[in-house]
Design a protein around this ligand. Structure first.
Ligand code: NAP
Length: 277
């Protein structure tokens, strides 16, 4: 059973969703990707993360085609390029994403990373889209504590989420950004939760997974899902991976396992800059 996270309005979304970077770009993989997305939704991973950048719209188009008949079950997250984050361009970027996704509204719309458009202008543009019913919530991605403080000062205290690189091997945000977001009830979305597949081959994760009759990907995801204010969005290109990832929701990590993971992947003791992939 996948745990849920409560949004400011009281509505709940699953703490485990599905990413889509690199999807929709290869004809020979299309059938497997459609099957993966649908299997993920069947397993309860109804939050789908995408971006206009992914395949220059190809991932959004794939999601629209693969899941168009299941729109009512979904919570769709998409992101705008920084160069589209101004008052003139954001509505156009949003319309294009809506068209590709085959929907009338995006549930959560994010600024993909910070560019040269002033944050205050992006906040205003996001509010205008929300008022027009084109999006339901808005947020950001790849913003560190200083940028987040600036965002709030620029009128963005209703930002719903910061989507960041956070996984067992990238624990830097635990030092300052995660507590900052938790204190403001802004949701952390952890991207690249299995480090783009690289964590799956880690010997300690393999060892821990064996003792639990689980897989390394499941251990990496279960470790993230312990946090109360976090949504993890693994990308799976096959239905088997999608189902395996959903299984992480039922995996309990005991104290001994957590200590072993802490030894292999130490928590940060000093601040560090937020990393990006
Ligand atoms: P990821 O989810 O950590 O890893 C995806 C890779 O891991 C794929 O190669 C996948 O292979 C493999 N994998 C997935 N499940 C597996 C399993 N159970 N066993 C073995 N291998 C498995 O990396 P990501 O795609 O970079 O991140 C996830 C999502 O976060 C993205 O898709 C995107 O939506 C979002 N993201 C956002 C940003 C941002 O700047 N905001 C940046 C990066 C990513 P298969 O394809 O073969 O299943």
């Amino acid at each position: 059973m996948i745990a849920t996270i409560t949004l400011p309005g009281g509505e709940t979304v699953p703490a485990l969703g599905q990413g889509s970077w690199k999807m929709g770009e290869r004809r020979d993989l299309r059938a497997a990707e459609v099957a993966a997305l649908r299997a993920g939704v069947d397993a309860g991973m109804t939050l789908i993360d995408t971006a206009e950048m992914y395949g220059e719209g190809a991932a959004e188009t794939l999601i629209g085609e693969a899941l168009g008949d299941r729109r009512d079950e979904l919570f769709l997250v998409s992101k705008a390029y920084p160069h589209n984050a101004g008052r003139d361009r954001l509505p156009k970027a949003c319309e294009a994403s809506l068209r590709r996704l085959g929907t009338e509204r995006i549930d959560l719309y994010l600024l993909h990373w910070r560019g040269s458009v002033p944050l205050a202008e992006t906040v205003d543009a996001m509010h205008a889209l929300r008022d027009a019913g084109k999006i339901r919530y808005w947020g950001v991605s790849n913003l560190d504590v200083e940028d987040m403080a600036e965002l709030v000062a620029a009128g963005g205290d209703d930002c719903a989420s910061d989507q960041i690189l956070y996984n067992l091997g990238r624990r830097g945000p635990e030092f300052d950004l995660l507590p900052w977001l938790d204190a403001r009830r802004m949701i952390t979305m952890a991207y690249s939760p299995v480090e783009q597949g690289r964590l799956v081959g880690h010997p300690i994760l393999k060892q821990v997974a064996d003792t639990l009759s689980a897989t390394p990907a499941q251990v990496a995801l279960a470790w993230l899902l312990r946090r109360k204010n976090l949504i993890a969005i693994p990308k799976a290109g096959t239905a088997a991976h999608a189902r395996e990832n959903a299984g992480a929701a039922d995996l309990h990590l005991g104290d001994e396992v957590l200590e072993a993971l802490d030894r292999a992947f130490p928590a940060p003791s000093t601040p560090s800059r937020l990393e990006m992939l």
